[in-house]
Design a protein around this ligand. Sequence first.
Ligand code: NDP
Length: 296
Amino acid sequence: MTAKVIDGKAFAAKVRGQVADHVARLKAESGLTPGLAVVLVGEDPASQVYVSSKGKMTVEVGMNSFEHKLPADTSETDLLALIKSLNADAKVHGILVQLPLPSHLNSDLVINSIDPAKDVDGFHISNVGLLGTGQKSMVPCTPLGCLMMLRDHHGSLAGMNAVVVGRSNIVGKPMAQLLLGDSCTVTIAHSKTKDLPAVCRQADILVAAVGRPEMITGDYVKPGATVIDVGINRIERDGKARLVGDAHYESCAAVAGAITPVPGGVGPMTIACLLANTLTAACRAHGLAEPKGLTA
Ligand code: NDP
């Protein structure tokens, strides 16, 4: 079997197009322009790339982008003061603090100081609780993007066995909550799971979010299953820098029914969902109808 490739790049372009259409309508009908503020502390090269591409795509869909670049030695007091001012700013509907923060800053404290209604990353404790209890929340972008691709590929996910490998707060746990919300039977696996390949072979949907290059090989995959590869790992092979996933693409694609590639799978969907979340936050803030198909 050769798996169908789930083209996250094309799907993300479609989602950004839907966001842009909705933003244009909002501007025309309500005079409202959604705005996203991104806060970057320090000069981590990968974070700088993410932040500049987020800013560029925010502007491309017609929204306002506010970038706040702070030095690496910014004090917690100054960062919290900035977030307080963004919380109070009516032009700002979404706030994202780029992680990881420098080690002298308490990430939990910083994230939980964001107004939950503007928490477009969905990491605030209130949004985590709302998602866990099946209530309307801001949903973390990466798992939301995975869910959209799965719904698009399968239609209903009800009754499917899903295995999520990884239990982080930003990917694994919210991914499992979303799959449960769509009535999958969900297993969360992690580094202490016994006989991981056998657990994974139970999955109709296998989500790899481990942060280990190409760890999930074809012998972890049930024939015909859908593999969602969240991993982004920079490695060197044959003297060249490469980006690979947490799944070993060739061996998994030989067994799976469908698979997301790296690059061009989950990654582009994450930014598209950030834009969708900002639009959703703006609509909610003004009591307007939310965009259809762009929320969980
Ligand atoms: P974390 O390091 O926070 O979590 C990794 C998880 O994988 C942990 O729960 C860990 O288990 C588990 N794990 C590690 N080794 C093994 C193993 N040998 N067997 C089973 N489970 C294992 O990573 P993140 O969740 O932040 O990220 C996961 C991946 O997704 C990374 O490659 C990251 O780069 C990528 N990513 C991609 C994004 C995108 O936009 N596409 C966005 C965010 C992340 P335990 O808890 O027991 O230690």
